[in-house]
Write a protein that binds this ligand. Structure first.
Ligand code: FAD
Length: 492
């Protein structure tokens, strides 16, 4: 039988394995950790369950289609609910804005809260939809690195409309052209963080991200984010994917410019195809040290990383929902610190995710499980020990001043994750959450393709390659790569 080896069982690695079985390959997945999922993992501590990584879930059909691909009914494996409130936003002056998923409600309430013209809001959302419709098939669903993508009708239409897409303006400048309210601009600027970038640098085309959330919805998987990993792992096992846990890949074996297998910490395995779900930087530096490296791509600025405190809280907060943002008073300075000074800002924007709002069993009665996150620079060797202590106190001040409480009195359980630990746990270069940052206008074109230009039969998926980081794009990366691998005639 023809075989494919997948290096890493992150969400993209799992999806690639599932797709390649469908194409008729025997698939082996090698994973350094003792568990699947990479960043999409969870932990139970003292009666609390915490999702450790991703908390926001959009485009659930990219998960369910993997079950359908194998003739399974997705609901037997994976279920989710749509959220009515996308996110609760708080500012220090007492402004509170629950962003509702119903567009008309959102527009009416935003116009009243931020004293903006509802027509402008309507136009903004329509323009975002247009950007998404024009570009999604080029940027997200196809390889940007195959000429045929450029000859499609859709691509030609997108190129003709490029001037309207805000590629040469920043997201912040784009948003300012529509709105006067600094708070509403801040709210829409926040979407730059969905790919780990700065709204003051990432291009205005990124305003298609709110479209994804507002038009297509945000969801919560029953059982928490980790059930995405668990259900795909179950499917992969059922269809015969072979997993090798605690077996790190040390080298991709290349012969005559063709990948022919891998060397793991235990032995050498040969295969017809090798797919790396490992971050592209260490894939080249560690697994392919003797091959030609795409230096320009590997040198790109990394996306932001994160510092997360996981707190068991001995109190219930009715004013909080699943997703909550407590905004900084000076967003631009905060991003200056993250991307230019590579430091933490004293007045951080604090994100609080509380899954027990949806999944009661995630915290004991009368308690809540708080995932408290701030954006940080990637790991450039800063003194994280010192930074984490300082950030903790800044986060607590922010929460206390906005929620009018002394939160420290209610923390009953605590652990944290910093950029160094993120790098150690998943081998993501510098602990970046989304591979390279999208802080330049050509960022979308500069990500590494899903295949190797120099080495035959070597492919790539995951958050550090095309089309980008985050669960939906990682899933799309696996689809794009598997579309390039031939189906075997005896494929099921
Ligand atoms: P990863 O999850 O990075 O996994 C790679 C796997 O490869 C790991 O299991 C690793 O152990 C394994 N591996 C690496 N090297 C080797 C080797 N040599 N041999 C064997 N195995 C190897 N995304 C969202 O969509 N929504 C969010 O709300 C969100 N929030 C986030 C919050 C945090 C704190 C973090 C950390 C990430 C967040 N993301 C979010 C991003 C999202 O988690 C990632 O984009 C996505 O999970 C990356 O998946 P991946 O397939 O690229 O691989």
């Amino acid at each position: 039988p023809r075989t494919a080896i997948v290096i890493g069982s992150g969400i993209a690695g799992l999806a690639a394995a599932i797709r390649l079985v469908k194409k008729g390959y025997v698939v082996k997945v090698f994973e350094s950790n003792s568990y699947p999922g990479g960043k999409l993992h969870s932990k139970r501590v003292s009666g609390f369950r915490f999702d450790l990584g991703p908390s926001l879930f959009t485009m659930p059909w990219l998960v369910t289609e993997l079950f359908e691909l194998h003739g399974k009914n997705p609901v037997d494996y994976f279920q989710y609910v749509k959220k009515d409130v996308i996110c609760n936003y708080f500012w220090e002056d007492g402004t509170f804005f629950p962003a509702e998923s119903d567009k008309d409600f959102f527009i009416r309430r935003a116009a009243a809260t931020f004293d903006e013209n509802p027509n402008k809001l309507n136009r903004y959302l329509k323009d975002n939809k247009k950007k998404y419709d024009l570009t999604s098939s080029i940027f997200l669903e196809n390889s940007l690195h195959k000429t045929k993508t450029y000859f499609s009708k859709k691509t030609l239409k997108a190129i003709a409309n490029i001037a309207t897409m805000g590629i040469s303006k920043s997201l912040d400048v784009t948003n300012r052209a529509y709105f006067n309210s600094p708070k509403l601009i801040q709210l829409f600027n926040r979407y730059a963080t969905y790919n780990g970038s700065s709204p003051y640098k990432t291009p205005g085309i990124m305003s298609m991200i709110p479209h994804l959330e507002m038009e297509m919805g945000t969801y919560f998987p029953k059982g928490g984010m980790h059930s995405i990993t668990k259900s795909l792992f179950q499917l992969a096992n059922e269809i015969g994917v072979q997993f090798y846990f605690e077996e790190s890949v040390k080298e991709i074996v290349v012969k005559n410019k063709k990948a022919i297998g891998i060397k793991s910490s235990k032995e050498t395995y040969f295969s017809d195809y090798v797919i790396s779900n490992m971050d592209i930087h260490p894939t080249y530096k560690k697994l392919l040290p003797l091959e030609k490296h795409p230096d320009r791509i590997l040198r790109q600025e990394r996306s932001s990383s994160a510092l997360i405190f996981y707190w068991g809280i001995q109190k219930v907060f009715p004013e909080l929902d699943l997703h909550n943002i407590l905004f900084s008073n000076d967003y631009e300075d905060e991003f200056n610190h993250i991307f230019d000074k590579k430091n933490l800002y004293n007045d951080p924007t604090v994100y609080i995710n509380i899954t027990c709002k949806e999944n009661k069993s995630d915290a004991p009665e009368g308690y809540e499980n708080w995932f408290v996150m701030i954006n940080t620079p990637a790991n450039y060797g800063q003194n994280w020990h010192k930074l984490v202590a300082k950030a903790r106190s800044n986060i607590i001040s922010k929460i206390n001043s906005i929620l009018n409480i002394n939160i420290e009195d209610y923390i009953s359980t605590e652990f944290n994750l910093d950029p160094v630990a993120i790098e150690q746990n998943t081998c993501s270069y510098r602990g970046a959450l989304y591979g390279a940052a999208s802080n330049s206008k050509f960022a979308a074109f500069l990500r590494h393709p899903n295949f190797s230009n120099n080495i035959k039969n070597l492919y790539f998926c995951g958050g550090s390659v095309h089309p980008g980081g985050g669960i939906p794009l990682c899933l799309l990366s696996s689809k794009i790569l598997s579309d390039q691998i031939p189906s075997l005639s005896n494929g099921k």
